[in-house]
Design a protein around this ligand. Structure first.
Ligand SMILES: Cc1ncc(COP(=O)(O)O)c(C=O)c1O
Length: 404
């Protein structure tokens, strides 16, 4: 008789964005005349840039001819893309990452969920609170947590690291030592960042405790300030304790095109077992490679044209972030983030609960955002707006929210 994976039964409710989607759908059905603006889900709106489209068209044409047609891609990614990644994202920043430490994938969501496959089920994980939900839920599925504990609004056996206004939205090194620590900077949802010195403390802690950091740098392209690391490998010793996740979704608009990569240094070993080899094996067994056309598109992101055009797109979103931050601050809101990230994290007015504010914005202002509590109990009383809308919608949304 078959048995299901009962770990799934521990998962709480439906995924945050499905709940939001349902509420918005119901509202629109009941109010078809209202023009609802979404600054909710972190999805981009600008089209792919010309350099990327040119590469897609060229690669598509290659697929039309027997001489240049490509079948299965190499499991770990085409060398042309992996070498562009190494040269531009790592060597150019002084990080000594080798091509065989880069694994191309269909995005950081899959990798952040799948990476736990290579870890034993007795590892204790630590996550920020609030947090991108995938890190916790994928570990729940893998049986690396206890039951959901309604009192603490989290899972037993997980170390939650509160990130609050008091801590500058940074986690504090926990007393209970975890085995695997998930960090994400620039952060989703708070839009916060970490300086190189602060990140170095985490690297030193992980090395001392023989813990592993999974560093999600999906938003690194949004860093505008100095002394904020784009990669954890800018910190000394990080190759001994960290895996890094990257995505083409937010720097180049590949949310629908799907491309990402994970760096697993060869120096990451446990009792002679190489994590790099385990991930290569996992990738080779369960993944058949990102499409050739899309990998060529990814390569184009690193061309001179591609760099210029994608930088302009990131700037467009950062300008939107400034419109939201400045507009809300002027109207008396307390706002965080938005400087090195496409997210604005705001304190709800009059101590409203996050979902209460969600309903208020949807029903009274026809604006969709994301309730902070959906990312964890310490997100209660906060709300996330994204800068990924059009400039026009962003301006209209700010006017509606502030009434100015
Ligand atoms: C922190 C973080 N990591 C990963 C992802 C997923 O990225 P991708 O589109 O590459 O799957 C997101 C998407 O919103 C994210 O916010």
């Amino acid at each position: 008789m078959f048995t299901p994976n009962k770990n799934y039964l521990r998962l709480q409710g439906s995924y945050l964005f499905s709940t939001i989607g349902k509420k918005v759908r119901e509202y629109k059905e009941a109010n078809p005349d209202k023009r609802v603006i979404s600054l909710g889900i972190g999805d981009v709106t600008l089209p792919l840039c010309p350099a990327v489209i040119k590469a897609i068209n060229k690669a598509t044409e290659e697929m039309a001819h027997a001489g240049s047609f490509r079948g299965y891609a190499p499991d770990l990614g085409y060398e042309f893309l992996r070498s562009a990644i190494v040269a531009n994202d790592y060597k150019a920043r002084g990080c000594d990452i080798e091509i065989d430490e880069v694994f191309v994938s269909d995005g950081a969501k899959s990798d952040s969920g799948n990476i736990s496959d290579i870890f034993g089920d007795n590892n204790k994980i630590a996550v920020c609170d609030p947090v991108y939900p995938v890190y916790v839920d994928s570990n729940v599925m893998g049986g690396r947590t206890g039951e959901y504990n309604p009192e603490k609004e989290g899972f037993d056996g997980v170390v939650y690291m509160p990130c609050t206004a008091e801590t500058g939205f940074l986690p504090v090194i926990p007393e209970e030592v975890p085995d695997i620590i998930y960090l994400c900077f620039p952060n989703n949802p708070t839009g916060g960042t970490i300086t190189k010195d602060e990140l170095q403390k985490w690297v030193d802690f992980a090395i001392e405790k023989k813990a592993l950091i999974i560093y999600d740098a999906a938003y690194e392209a949004y860093i505008t300030e100095e002394n904020i690391p784009h990669s954890i490998y800018e910190c000394e010793g990080a190759k001994k304790c960290a895996i890094e996740l990257r995505s083409f979704s937010k720097n180049a608009g590949f949310t629908g095109t799907r491309l990402g990569f994970t760096v697993v240094p060869k120096t990451l070993t446990y009792d002679g077992v190489s994590l790099n080899q385990l991930w290569a094996r996992r990738h080779g067994t369960k993944f058949n490679g990102a499409p050739y056309i899309i990998q060529r598109a990814g390569e184009a992101v690193y061309s001179e044209e591609g760099k210029k055009e994608t930088k302009e797109q990131v700037k467009y979103y950062l300008d939107n972030a400034k419109i939201i931050s400045d507009g809300l601050a002027k109207a008396g809101y307390t706002v965080f983030g938005g400087k090195n990230a496409p997210y604005i994290w705001l304190k709800t007015p009059d101590n409203m609960k996050s979902w209460e504010f969600f309903d208020y914005l949807l029903e009274e202002k026809n604006i969709v955002g994301t309730p902070g509590v959906g990312f964890g109990p310490h997100g209660e009383g906060y709300f996330r707006l994204t800068a990924f809308g059009s400039k026009e919608n962003t301006e209209t949304a700010v006017k509606r929210i502030t009434g100015q």
